[in-house]
Structures are given as C-alpha cells and as structure tokens.
Design a protein around this ligand. Structure first.
Ligand code: GLU
Length: 264
C-alpha cells in the first residue's frame, strides 16, 4: 500500500512544546516496520513552528507572521534532524519536501512534484513533507497540514491517508463534554449535519481542528482515496489499521482512484 501518514504537533510534542521523545521514537519505529513489510510511506509532519519557538526561547507560539516564519525555519531543521536520526536507526533514508499551495496548484510545478515523489519512492526513500512555512505568503498558505496531507495524496495516488490526532476520530458530540458522545466509525458522505458536528463554533474537538480534517476528508474522498482519523497517542495503532481492523473514523472514497498528476 502507498500510505500518507500525517502527524500533528499535539502528537509530536508535550504540552510544554518540547518534543515527546517516547512518542516520536515509537512513531519512527512503527513506520519503519510498516515500510519494511513492503509498504510505501509519505509522512506529513507538523511541528516546525512549535519546535522553532522552543529553540528560540519564545514563551508562546508567535502570532506575527515574520516571527512565525523565522521559528518555522529554525524548527524545520530540528524536526528533520530528529527524523533523520531516528529513521536512520532502522536503515531508512528520509527526504525533506516543503510545499506551498502554489506548488500544488500550478500545473508544471505539480507535474514536477509528481515526478520527484515518484523518483524518491523508486529509491525507497521516505519523504517527509511540511508546508514551506518560512516562504509561504498569506495568499498561498494552506495553513494546516490535514489538507496538505490530502493534497499530497492526490499527487502520489495514495491508497490511504491516516491523520494521527489527539482524538480517537469524529464523534457525535464533544466527548470531553458529553459522556453519551459516540465515535462515528464510518463516513460515506460529508453532509451538512456532519459538518455541524465538526465545524461549528465551540465544537472544534481536536486541537488540529475537526473542520480542517473534514475538509481534508472531502479532498481525499473526491480523489478516490480513503482517509482515517485515529488517535496518535500510541503509534502502534498503525499496525491495527494495516491489519484491517476498525480503528478511528474511516472516510470512504466516493469512487475508484483517479490517476496521476492531473488529479486536483
Ligand atoms: N506547518 C506547520 C508547522 O510545521 C503546522 C501546520 C499544522 O499544524 O497543521 O509548524
């Protein structure tokens, strides 16, 4: 299988903003093992701004654009250093690919990216992707990596996207507030009712934002790719997903995959 796995800052870091070493080590180990079993993996990783802020000694996440972009530039190095070191332990070579919306929307850049990813996968490299936060201008910000992961999956014709989050999936109500809230295990269509569950003011359950995840799901489903939201607290959950177990919320593709760089 060709998998796009997305991890958010809440999975990678403690609430202090510092790296969650145990979690990241487990993630790299499990991904390496799944790759060893013959699957291809592309990892979409957040965390650049968070890690950079920590390294620069900022007390909170920056709000102004230039400090944010500077922090992302610093943090991206730290992020890749960490992944390179950890994946190296399992003999996997990683590559950094940083994208903006413009790279995905422009036909020739898109075709170029498609070839680059294909060649990296031919070389059995594990591409690690993030938004190019230090150069993206407001106009071209994707802004969150859930949609970036879905857009990448259309570029590489992925078989499955897995969004690892700090919540088990999409619920019928906010599980932090409502004990009756039930996990929705399968979604075939993103209806306005479903959007209201994930997107209404004050009902943004995951820190990554459920409405962003629903937007990503829509892109994936339209492109013919299933998407799963699962809790990244224990990255071993990826084994259960690969074994076909029902985990988290699965958004089912609307049709068979379209092919190639032409997919939008
Ligand atoms: N690209 C951002 C970063 O690495 C994260 C975006 C997101 O959290 O979805 O800091």
């Amino acid at each position: 299988m060709r998998l796009v796995v997305k991890v958010g800052t809440s999975t990678l870091a403690h609430s202090t903003g510092n790296l969650n070493i145990r979690r990241v080590e487990a993630l790299c180990k499990v991904l390496s093992d799944i790759k060893n079993a013959g699957n291809e993996i592309l990892l979409v990783s957040s965390g650049a701004t968070g890690m950079g802020s920590g390294k620069l000694g900022l007390l909170k996440r920056p709000e102004d654009i230039s400090t944010k972009q500077a922090a992302a530039a610093v943090g991206q190095c730290e992020l890749m250093y960490t992944y390179d070191k950890l994946f190296q332990q399992y003999n996997h070579c990683v590559a950094q690919v940083l994208l903006t919306r413009a790279d995905i929307e422009d036909d020739s850049r898109r075709a170029n990216l498609h070839s680059t990813f294909s060649r990296l996968l031919d070389f059995r490299v594990l591409p690690i992707i993030n938004e190019n936060d230090s150069v993206a201008t407001e106009e071209f910000f994707i802004g969150e990596n859930d949609s970036l992961a879905a857009l990448v999956s259309t570029l590489v014709d992925a078989d499955l996207i897995i969004l690892l989050s700090d919540i088990d999936g999409l619920f019928t109500a906010d599980p932090h507030k409502d004990q009756e809230a039930k996990l929705i295990s399968r979604v075939e269509e993103i209806t306005p009712e479903l959007r209201a569950l994930g997107g209404g003011a004050g009902s943004d359950f995951g820190s990554g934002g459920m409405s962003a995840k629903l937007n990503a799901a829509q892109i994936a489903m339209d492109a013919g790719c299933d998407m799963i939201i699962a809790n990244g607290e224990h990255p071993e959950i990826l084994y259960d997903i690969m074994a076909g177990e029902e985990v988290g919320t699965r958004f089912v593709a609307r049709h068979e995959k379209k092919t190639g760089a032409a997919v939008r």
